[in-house]
Ligand binder design. Sequence first.
Ligand code: 1HN
Length: 373
Amino acid sequence: MTTFDERDTELGRARVRDNEDLEAYYAELDRLDAGALWTVANDIEPWEPHAFAVPVLWPWAELRGRALRALDLVSPEEAGRRVVYLRNPQRKDISAACGLLFSGIQVMRPGERAPGHRHGASALRFIMEGAGGYTIVDGHHVDLGERDFVLTPNGTWHDHGVAKDGEICLWQDGLDIPLVNALEANWYETHPDDYQTALYPDNDSPRTFGSPGLLPASYRWQKSYSPLLRYGWDETYEALQKAASVGHGDPFEGVIMRFTNPHTGGHVMATMGASMQMLRPGEATKAHRRTGNIIYQVAKGSGHSVIAGKRFDWQEKDIFCVPSWAWREHANASASEDACLFSFNDFPVIEKLAFSRSEGLAENDGHQYITEN
Ligand code: 1HN
């Protein structure tokens, strides 16, 4: 786990050397299902936030065809959800893509429906390809278009489908499943009618809550998640462009907008947040690091990110992750077009538990040295 650090010789760190008496003592404690803290203290108290996950880029050029093959191999009824999940090589045991976040690619063909269910985990979706997709969340029917961002918060019934005259749809599913399982709080129910029936007019959620700066005056919202279930790409992209036009920007992120619960201004769900950022033509950000895990999807354009000293080149629809506390910086490859990155994260949890910490890189004009290719 934690490797030896020269600071471990400092007073206040465990530095007991083994001897025969101690070994006999440890064996006695072991038989009692106990142990001496100083044998594990340095491992369980890292000097800095320690991420298990490593940075990974999943290229869409490789993934897309594999996801499509699942169309002929399993039905949504057999599979429950026809999803190819993205597995961090260091998080195989918990099926996580990064930190305690899950990511997968779901694929559905026209006329298909995935049965309704609900669970303790929350989910979000970022639509990658296809027209005619929809989801029903607690009776609210929401149409899904490319690059839309959609919520299915914890405990809500959800099922998805694609209209008969639609296209094959592919989207990224982001879930907090590994987090909820780590907290031993997950549960699962199938819908009593197999599939939900819409209980409200189509798209009532975005139509009621999706107008900037406006909320129904009489509405009272008590839930832990946003009443706005879909954030459309056109409005999101326009918001970034407008902010950029008046010089808004961040040296570490470019122009970045956080998806918010319009009722509170806070994160969209209790456990997961999400953002869209724009790297202006030719823009390269400076490196910083922070606690919390992030999974990115390239919404538009191409470029590269340097993560923990390693360069990852990305194209539209590639997915990549940045583990907690890894240095990261992003660059747009184009001098004439902007590039946009969608991302989701565990920041609501980090913030609620008061674990937020961040810093910019001071050396080398704020850029990492590339140490690994
Ligand atoms: C789930 O419920 C969906 O509802 C997708 O579409 C992916 C991955 C793990 C656990 C539950 C969905 C999922 C999931």
